[in-house]
Design a protein around this ligand. Structure first.
Ligand code: PLP
Length: 327
C-alpha cells in the first residue's frame, strides 16, 4: 500500500477521540453507543472534510496550484473548511455556492467570509458549469486553480477516510473494543467509500452503515454506482489490489425527510437529545439526520442490547446558527 507516500498537508491533530455516550445509551435501552469525534478536528470548527482536504491540498501544493476552487450549498461545511484550509496552506479560495446572497451571512457562510473566500452565488442547476467557469477565469488571469469536486469526494479526498479507518483500528486495539457497526451521515460519498474500503484494508468485520442525507439507492439516480466508483479509484490511488461492488455498501435511505437542508422533527429532536444528555452538538443538515436515523433504528430493535454501535460524528455544528429561528 502506498497511502503513506501520497502528498498530504497536515491540517489537524489526529487521532480524534472516541467517547462512550453513557446517558444516551441508558435512555435508549439498546446497544452501547460510542462516538468518534471528527467534529473536533482542530481546523475552522471541525468536520469530516478536514481529512479529505489533507490529501486534496497535498496534491494541490504538489501541482503548484495557488487557488482552491470548490462548490456547495450556501451552508456547505465542505466549502467552509476548504476556505479555512486555504488560509492555513497560504492559498486563495473561490467558492461557488448555490443560493441567493443573504442580507446578513450566518453559520458557515459567515465563516467563509471570515476566511476571506471569494463567494460566487448561483442557481443549483448551474453550479457545476459555474465551478469550471470560475476556474477558467482564474486561469485566464494567470492563476493556477485547483478544482475540488462537491464534498471533496473523489479518490484523492476519499483516501482520508481509508486513513481514518487505520487510525480507528489502532484506537480500538488499545481499547480492546470492536463495535458491531459504524454509523454516519452519507451524502457525496467520499466518507462512505473511504470507510468501506478502509474496513476491507484493515480487516474490520463490523457493518459500515451510511445514513443517506439526500441520496437514493434504486433507479437511475442510485448512489451505489457512485460509491463503487469512488472506492475503486481510491483503491487504485493507494495501490491496493481490491475491487468493491455495489453489494459491499450498506446504505439506509429511510430518513430523507423533506429533502436536503430541510430538517424537521427527527433532526431537531436528535439535536436536543444529544445536547441535553451528552453536551454534544449536532448539525441540522447531516449529523442530526444521521443520529435521528440511528436512534430510530435502535427503537426498531435493529441492534440488540449486547451489541455496540460507533456513531462517526462528521461535524457540521456551525449549521446550527443558520437555524436559530427554529429554537
Ligand atoms: C459533507 C458532510 C457529510 C457527508 O460526507 P460525504 O463524504 O459527502 O458523504 C456528513 N456530515 C457532514 C457534517 C458533512 O459536512
Amino acid at each position: 500500500m502506498k497511502l503513506d507516500k501520497l502528498p498530504r498537508f497536515n491540517l489537524a491533530e489526529f487521532p480524534t477521540p472516541i467517547h462512550h455516550l453513557r446517558t444516551l445509551t441508558k435512555g435508549c435501552q439498546g446497544p452501547s453507543i460510542y462516538m468518534k469525534r471528527d467534529d473536533l478536528t482542530s481546523l475552522g470548527m471541525g468536520g469530516n472534510k478536514t481529512r479529505k482536504l489533507e490529501f486534496l491540498i497535498g496534491q494541490a501544493l504538489a501541482d503548484g496550484a495557488d487557488t482552491l476552487v470548490t462548490a456547495g450549498g450556501i451552508q456547505s461545511n465542505h466549502c467552509r473548511l476548504t476556505a479555512a484550509a486555504a488560509c492555513k496552506a497560504g492559498l486563495d479560495c473561490d467558492l461557488v455556492l448555490n443560493g441567493t446572497k443573504p442580507e446578513v451571512p450566518k453559520g458557515n457562510l459567515l465563516l467563509d467570509k471570515i476566511f476571506k473566500a471569494r463567494v460566487h452565488y448561483c442557481d443549483r442547476e448551474n453550479r457545476d458549469t459555474r465551478l469550471f467557469q470560475v476556474a477558467g477565469d482564474l486561469t485566464a488571469r494567470g492563476k493556477k486553480p485547483f478544482v475540488i469536486p462537491l464534498g471533496g469526494s473523489n479518490a484523492m479526498g476519499s483516501v482520508g477516510y481509508v486513513n481514518a479507518m487505520i487510525e480507528l483500528k489502532d484506537q480500538l486495539t488499545s481499547m480492546k473494543f470492536t463495535p458491531d457497526a459504524i454509523v454516519f451521515a452519507s451524502s457525496s460519498g467520499g466518507t462512505q467509500a473511504g470507510l468501506t474500503l478502509g474496513a476491507k484494508v484493515t480487516g474490520f468485520a463490523g457493518q459500515i452503515l451510511g445514513i443517506s442525507i439526500d441520496q437514493v439507492k434504486t433507479g437511475e439516480d442510485s448512489f451505489l454506482p457512485i460509491l463503487e466508483k469512488i472506492a475503486n479509484e481510491t483503491a487504485q490511488r493507494i495501490g491496493v489490489d481490491m475491487v468493491l461492488t455495489e453489494t459491499d455498501f450498506s446504505l439506509n435511505c429511510d430518513y430523507l425527510g423533506a429533502g436536503y437542508a430541510r430538517p424537521g422533527d427527527l433532526e431537531f429532536n436528535a439535536i436536543d437529545d444529544l445536547a441535553q444528555q451528552e453536551g454534544i452538538l449536532l448539525g441540522p443538515v447531516y449529523t442530526a439526520r444521521a443520529m435521528g436515523g440511528l436512534l430510530d433504528l435502535i427503537q426498531r430493535k435493529l441492534f440488540t442490547k449486547d451489541q455496540s454501535v460507533l456513531f462517526w460524528h462528521t461535524g457540521g455544528t456551525p449549521e446550527l446558527f443558520a437555524w436559530a429561528d427554529r429554537f
